[in-house]
Design a protein around this ligand. Structure first.
Ligand code: 4NP
Length: 149
């Protein structure tokens, strides 16, 4: 049986494209399907932020062909697990849910590490250091996801 995982942030150009690329790099694509989306529509159709592309490339992961899309309520049916990068994204997703079966699919990504409600901070207005830091956070969380699924 396939497990479908959706990574969600605000813009779908910085954090969730990295999360998609990192998790994809660790799993069998025949077993685990990974996609990403944003709760806002500012960048629909765009590739990931150049700083996310660069940090992924540094670790041998190519995310340059990803295309930004907006989260849709239909995603609740398509995906088994929906990971939010931060609490605002979590709330934005939950607000679109109409049933507990859907709400229960949504988790904070970093809670996979130790159960705590940590957030992947928004790196958009910061420097490249922030992208290195979020890469490491997301990478650790994805290791835990792989062990769990
Ligand atoms: P992301 O980062 O949610 O990790 O993709 C952001 C990207 C764009 C904006 C905000 C956050 N923006 O305001 O355009």
């Amino acid at each position: 049986m396939k497990t479908r995982v959706l990574m969600v942030c605000l813009g779908n150009i910085c954090r969730s494209p990295l999360a998609e690329g990192i998790l994809k790099s660790k799993v069998d694509p025949n077993t685990i399907i990974v996609d990403s989306a944003g709760t806002a529509g500012y960048h629909i159709g765009n590739p990931p932020d150049t700083r996310s592309i660069a940090v992924a490339k540094k670790y041998g992961i190519d995310i340059s062909d990803q295309v930004c899309r907006k989260f849709s309520p239909k995603d609740f049916d398509t995906y088994d697990i929906i990971y939010a990068m931060d609490k605002d994204n979590y709330q934005n997703i939950i607000q679109l849910s109409t049933k507990s079966e859907h709400t229960n699919k949504v988790r904070l990504l970093l809670s996979e590490i130790d159960g705590n409600e940590q957030e992947v901070p928004d790196p958009y207005y910061g420097g490249t250091d922030g992208f290195e830091q979020i890469f490491q956070m997301i990478d650790t969380a994805c290791d835990h996801i792989v062990n769990r699924i």
